[in-house]
Design a protein around this ligand. Structure first.
Ligand SMILES: [Zn+2]
Ligand SMILES: [Zn+2]
Length: 318
């Protein structure tokens, strides 16, 4: 049997040294996440007594940190969230649409998390509701549930939004349900173009207003012309990666959501080893065929912690 390793073990062993070596270079949000993960369910958090009123059995349990980024604490949070969303589900088919940012924009996002992740939500939802409202397409007011993920499979920075959309919406007068075709919601090409245009227009407005900050290798982007040149290749790229086929039924949507919400960059179950060589974990390499997609990677512990902390969200995102 494999000894079970947790992200907390790595942070407890090496977090203090990592912080000491980077004093002044970690954000307050990152420091808070490190401290939460290191102390979660330890004596430092205090505890409570759980007792059974029938048999009298009792035990002491340490308190959880409940931090959004703690892999241990996500299970319970996800169950509560799901129970609340369950009440919102409609008895119709649901679609899954994914919006991604190209690498050139992802770099800017990393230095401007709140502004650019916020913009990603705004542009993705405005795209969906605008195209759905267009009588040439659905001609209805739709509802959406959107979840932000900032990571790729190997903890790399790859911001994208998963969106769950019911297959229809309310007619403009609000009196009638307008159904989409069963296997088709909105044309991806059209979504792609509008999303790119909305996002880039608003990103440029943020730049104009001095609301973006650039450091290190991106410092030159503070200049408007350099910024525009940096963005020119992304105008030719496709942005919306895909719209997946509809879910079978409301239960499948919930099952799916439970796998996607309240995720952190890596779950404890993907960790294989933590030793002198570093941290070994499972990841999926999507460039390979589905049979051997499941791969193993080892990173030095420092690099593992660095990648994990890339995904710490600013205040207001959860
Ligand atoms: Zn925790
Ligand atoms: Zn994702």
């Amino acid at each position: 049997m494999r000894a079970s390793i947790e992200v907390a073990d790595i942070f407890r062993a090496l977090g203090p040294g990592y912080r000491a070596a980077r004093a002044g270079h970690l954000s307050l949000d990152q420091l808070k996440v490190m401290s939460a993960i290191e102390t979660c369910r330890t004596v430092i958090m205090g505890g409570h007594v759980e007792a059974c009123t029938d048999c009298g059995h009792w035990r002491v349990a340490y308190n959880s940190c409940r931090n959004r980024h703690c892999p241990r604490c996500q299970g319970a949070a996800a169950r509560t969230w799901l129970a609340e969303r369950e009440a919102d589900l409609l008895p119709v088919g649901y679609f899954h649409v994914v919006f991604t940012l190209p690498a050139e924009v992802a770099d800017i996002a990393l230095q401007n998390k709140a502004a650019v992740y916020g913009l990603l939500f705004q542009a993705a939802s405005a795209t969906m509701t605008t195209i759905a409202a267009d009588p040439k397409h659905l001609g209805a007011r739709i509802g959406i549930t959107a979840v932000l993920h900032t990571w790729g499979s190997a903890l790399t920075h790859h911001p994208h939004i998963h969106m769950i959309v019911p297959g229809g919406g309310l007619s403009p007068d609000g009196n009638r349900w307008v159904s989409s075709r069963p296997a088709f919601l909105l044309p991806v090409r059209v979504l792609d173009k509008l999303f790119r245009r909305l996002f880039l227009t608003r990103l440029m407005a943020l730049h104009e207003a001095g609301r973006l900050a650039f450091h290190g290798s991106l410092a030159s982007l503070a200049d408007r012309r350099t910024f525009l040149r940096h963005l020119s290749p992304v105008r030719k790229k496709r942005w919306v990666v895909y719209a997946k086929p509809p879910f079978a039924g409301p239960e499948t949507v919930l099952g799916y959501l439970s796998r996607y919400t309240h995720r952190v960059a890596i779950s404890n179950s993907r960790l294989v080893r933590f030793d002198k060589a570093g941290v070994t974990f499972r990841y999926k390499d999507y460039r390979r065929g589905s049979a051997d997609r499941q791969q193993i990677m080892t990173l030095t512990a420092d690099e593992f912690i660095r990648r994990f902390l890339l995904h710490v969200l600013p205040k207001g995102f959860h």
